[in-house]
Design a protein around this ligand. Structure first.
Ligand SMILES: Cc1ncc(COP(=O)(O)O)c(C=O)c1O
Length: 351
């Protein structure tokens, strides 16, 4: 119920040779405690911890009619020393606050939200899986003002919930390269909202993604409206080769991934040339003749692409397997997240 189909497709069983029945699908298991705060009369209430379970909502609530909602997704890891650390919590909090502003929802207080996140992780500490598993954190904000005439009026009431979900390693049986459909006509979502992590964007991408899966047997759709390469339904897109990364420059049309930011920072430090600029489908197809391609995101970390399907043709990416530079960058990031390499950027917060 709480899983995003697109996240699941990146993590779930079809692409692995591991026994899928042993592993619950991404997002279907929830930790048993959640944090809740409400915005009323111009201010946030004190936050409370409740057992995870159904919430009461007025049928006239703004979110149910006008989709005033946004969320976040990031992970906490159990380190070998027994501690639990959250990866880039502050950056995800800032992204939720930005999403709230752009949707004209009451903005969560950064310090209060951090406190709620850390309180939930602390309460469910025993439910954090060992690496390569993690505790996936899902803050959720939605407008609750009961007014069905507010199509062009913002919700002056809101609820903020922090959910947690233990997730396991779905790549344990070996990583299979992704098969991606290149959509060069349809938009993933409205151009001014691509950078907002809001439910409507996923609803907008759902139809085209399911249709492409059905027709071309692909894992994901890479949206390239007007031929300009953007992102997939739930991950950013990177072209990779030794010493060089090319990815779309930040604009309002796509989500500014925290994984993307972490990988680009690390790659620059490793001496890579990192190019952030617009590029089109033709340039991408030229790159993948000899280079690599990958999807980046909290769920996938960095997942290699093996095939691009475009214009009725299949284009093999490199030799069709997950590339060596993709594997190297993924391993470098995972080793910081799980405490095997030093965290020189202060990206991890101890719970
Ligand atoms: C549309 C979209 N793009 C990109 C990403 C990757 O973002 P991040 O690396 O912050 O998880 C996500 C996942 O959150 C996403 O839903």
């Amino acid at each position: 119920m709480h899983t995003l189909e697109s996240d699941r497709q990146l993590q779930d069983s079809p692409r692995t040779s591991a026994t899928p029945q042993a592993r619950p699908a991404f997002g279907t298991v929830l930790a048993d405690q959640m944090a809740v705060a409400n915005f009323r009369d111009g201010r946030w209430s004190a936050d409370e911890i409740h057992p995870t379970g159904p919430i009461e909502i007025h049928p006239a609530a703004h979110v149910l009619h006008y989709a005033s909602t946004c969320f976040e997704g990031f992970k906490a890891y159990r380190w070998a020393d027994g501690s639990v650390r959250v990866f880039r919590m502050d950056k995800h909090i800032e992204r939720l606050r930005q999403s709230a502003r752009l949707l004209v929802l009451p903005e969560p207080d950064a310090a209060q939200l951090a406190k709620m996140i850390l309180a939930v992780i602390d309460r469910v500490r025993a439910q954090v899986p060992e690496p390569p598993g993690a505790l996936y954190m899902r803050p959720l904000l939605y407008g609750t003002m009961p007014n069905i005439g507010a199509a062009s009026a913002p919700s002056n009431e809101a609820t903020l919930i922090v959910l947690a979900s233990p997730v396991w390693d779905y790549f344990a049986g070996g990583v299979k390269p992704l098969r991606i459909y290149v959509e060069d006509q349809k938009h993933r979502t409205a151009d001014h909202l691509g950078m907002v992590k809001t439910g409507g964007n996923y609803a907008a991408a759902m139809g085209p993604t399911l249709a492409a899966r059905d027709q071309y047997k692909v894992d994901q759709v890479l949206f390239c409206p007007g031929g300009s390469v953007q992102e997939t339904g739930a991950a950013n897109f990177l072209l990779i080769r030794e010493g060089h990364i090319l990815t779309r420059s930040l604009d309002s049309t796509f989500l500014h991934g925290v994984t993307r930011d972490s990988l680009l920072t690390m790659a620059r430090e490793m001496g890579f040339k990192v190019e952030e600029r617009l590029f089109d489908v033709a340039e991408m197809l030229e790159w993948v003749k000899t280079g690599e391609a990958a999807l980046s995101g909290t769920a996938a970390v960095l997942a290699g692409v093996g095939t691009l399907v475009h214009g009725g043709r299949e284009h093999r990416v490199g030799n069709g397997e997950v590339g060596p530079v993709t594997q190297k960058l993924r391993a470098a990031l995972v080793s910081i997240q799980t405490g095997e390499s030093p965290d020189k950027h202060g990206w991890t917060t101890r719970v």
